[in-house]
Design a protein around this ligand. Sequence first.
Ligand SMILES: [Zn+2]
Length: 247
Amino acid sequence: MRYEMMLPHQIRKAIAENWPVVLPLGVLEYHGEHMAVGMDTLAVVKMLELLEKEQPIVILPAFYYGAASYAVEKPEGNGSVQVEGSRLAPFAEDLFFSLLRIGFRNIHAIIHHQTENFAAGMPTDLAFRTAGRQAIFRFLEKEHGEGWWGNAASANYYADHAAGANPFNWVQVHPLMSPEIFAKYPFDHAGQGETSLMLALCPEAVETHRVGENTGWYTASAKDAGADLGAKGAAMVLDRLRALLGR
Ligand SMILES: [Zn+2]
């Protein structure tokens, strides 16, 4: 369900049944002359809409205002929007803290921007990952007071972890694509891989006849894009989302 369309009784049901609550997290960034600037975020939104056909899930309004950077192109006339990670983190912490206050304990953000080396991280995902941790600490201290971890009530903390009750799993940030998918599907920026994915998921975000107007090296492979290849990538991503968010 779209969170903004939910009534309180539906929110209470989603909490009681521990539905995944998912933030599509991304940026607005120049993706060549042939593709929409929202590509990275649109890919997440469209994939979550496919997952929603199969299982209960809460989809939060997408956050498009991450740190696109100006690495690809300057913004003037090109469209990239850059918000520093240091400014994203306070917003994200309040967002996650609010979701914990509401009662959600199965919160996720999914990102498809600068995710090729996710363990090390990039500004947008690092800001949201840090924010998730901070929000959980803040929430636990509010609920249980300072010293909550050292308290006798937490004596079974590690045993409870082993049983799957780790509170630091309440908020998780994941890349849309895993290293296993990168090994089988072209990873690029506005090239064959991303353009194909958009042709499969959101064709209105691509004007194929403009591929020839591109001058950036990173778009050279876009001429080989096709919806069939994109559908293969989408199927792999859907499998991954089932594994991450399946119930
Ligand atoms: Zn992209």
